[in-house]
Design a protein around this ligand. Structure first.
Ligand SMILES: C[S@@+](CC[C@H](N)C(=O)[O-])C[C@H]1O[C@@H](n2cnc3c(N)ncnc32)[C@H](O)[C@@H]1O
Length: 256
């Protein structure tokens, strides 16, 4: 079992600033966790799928020495700038412009040549695709990630998931949000592992993250949208109180 050290992410203590530059539970602690679970090595080429404003890509470049291609197809809902423009500016602020390249593109249509990457990572992004394009759309994304990984390349999927329990009745209205309803987007670990396997990967490790609930609480306290709308995600999490919402990871390899 990999022992996870949060030494690197612990250096970044301004969580309000970090959460303003990413979007989802875990922030840099999540990236630290995923990098160690994947065995990310310096000098290797990493595809970050759904990089948002790119701060986690910058962290992985600076702290793990990865060469990161950071992709995101959307524009920022605050200022309308492409996410990748934020990523480029963040890379410059972090002093990692030479090792983070951002491109406005998404899965499944990345147009990268096959077998281009040593590692691929996607955190808190593909469940949104599932919400929009259903299970088939989700599978197409996984298959594209498989295609662009080198044989033997490693994929880390980190995703908001629900525990393998029935949805509590009183929580149902809170996870039926108008946009990206959690009850449609989130799955349990077993079904996610089945999807990753069906896409053609060999599973190396998969579980609910031990710190899942503390990542969600950190998100509720520091994410700017949560701070502005306490009746939305923070309320959902308060009602949930750890009964259903979680966060899981799958580490998988493209077979040789
Ligand atoms: C909730 S954010 C997560 C950002 C970050 N990875 C994290 O863990 O905090 C999800 C990001 O996925 C991006 N996204 C949406 N559809 C995508 C797709 N088809 N391919 C890649 N990224 C996508 C969105 O633009 C958004 O920036």
């Amino acid at each position: 079992m990999t022992h996870i050290s949060y030494e690197r992410s612990a250096r970044y203590t301004d969580l309000d600033s970090i959460y303003a530059q990413c979007s989802g539970p875990g922030g840099l602690r999540l990236s630290d966790f995923m990098a160690q679970k994947m065995g990310l090595q310096p000098g290797t080429r990493l595809l970050d799928v759904g990089c948002n404003r790119g701060v986690q890509s910058c962290f992985l470049a600076r702290e793990y020495g990865a060469q990161v291609i950071a992709i995101d197809p959307w524009d920022d809902r605050v200022d309308g700038d492409p996410m990748v423009e934020h990523a480029r500016r963040n890379a410059s602020d972090w002093g990692v412009s030479h090792s983070v390249l951002a491109q406005k593109i998404g899965v499944p249509d990345t147009h990268f040549a096959s077998a281009s990457f040593d590692f691929a990572l996607s955190t808190t992004a593909l469940e949104m695709v599932r919400g929009l394009d259903g299970e088939e759309g989700y599978l197409r994304c996984l298959q594209e990630i498989l295609r662009v990984l080198k044989p033997g390349g490693v994929f880390g999927l980190g995703e908001p998931m629900h525990l393998d329990v029935p949805l509590p009745e009183d929580l149902e209205p809170y996870v039926s949000q108008a946009e990206f309803p959690w009850k449609e987007c989130f799955r349990g670990i077993r079904s996610t592992v089945a999807d990753v396997r069906e896409a053609g990967f060999e599973i190396l490790d998969a579980a609910y993250a031990p710190d899942a609930w503390s990542w969600w609480q950190e998100y509720a306290r520091h994410d700017p949208f949560c701070k502005n709308a306490p009746d939305e995600d923070p309320r959902t999490l308060a009602v949930d109180n750890g009964r259903w919402t979680s966060f899981g990871y799958v580490i998988a390899r493209r077979p040789e």
